[in-house]
Design a protein around this ligand. Structure first.
Ligand SMILES: [Ca+2]
Length: 173
């Protein structure tokens, strides 16, 4: 929300500049350098320590096996890398993206909440040979929300499962 507000303000300001200088080929104001992203990264590292900033919009944990990507624009999300599986905050693979690369022969449990990603996932991509089973642990017993088969993806987890995932198990494929 903060980013969206800032972007709207910028557009309004740019419009004023253009109307004030109608004559010459005006200089287009430079694209703002992701004003909110660094603040979000600093906030992420403070609240979920153990990671390190590894890019302008990226925080990595566990020697790069887990990566959080924070896009400046909600609509602009990178695709999930081959060999990884990704959880997205937004539908259609948008918004914050949390990338994982590992698995366990008898299942590897991990927690989205360790990275500030609990109750957020709205879409996902699995570009590995692994199978990922995703849970809502807020219920008793835990609810199985969905299963990510190798190579599968979902642009929308559906209303019943939206923003509920907090843990998952990854079985090596
Ligand atoms: Ca979401």
């Amino acid at each position: 929300m903060r980013i969206r507000t800032a972007a709207c303000g910028f557009v309004a300001m740019a419009g004023m500049v253009v109307s004030a200088l109608p004559a010459q080929g005006q200089e287009v104001p430079p694209t703002p350098v992701q004003p909110g992203v660094q603040v979000q990264i600093d906030d992420q590292l403070a609240k979920f320590p153990g990671g390190a900033q590894t890019g302008a919009n990226e925080v990595s944990y566990r020697d790069g096996r887990v990566t959080l990507t924070i896009p400046a624009d909600m609509a602009a999300a990178d695709p999930c890398a081959t060999g990884a599986y990704c959880f997205y905050d937004g539908k259609d693979f948008t918004g914050r993206k949390l990338t994982f690369r590992d698995c366990g022969k008898t299942g590897l449990w991990q927690f989205l909440t360790d990275y500030g990603f609990g109750n957020k996932t709205s879409s996902w991509q699995n570009r590995t040979k692994h199978t990922v089973v995703v849970y809502d642990q807020a219920t008793q017993p835990p609810t199985t929300l969905w299963t990510e088969n190798p190579g599968a993806e979902s642009v929308n987890v559906g209303t019943a499962a939206d923003n509920k995932a907090d843990a998952f198990e990854t079985i090596c494929g």
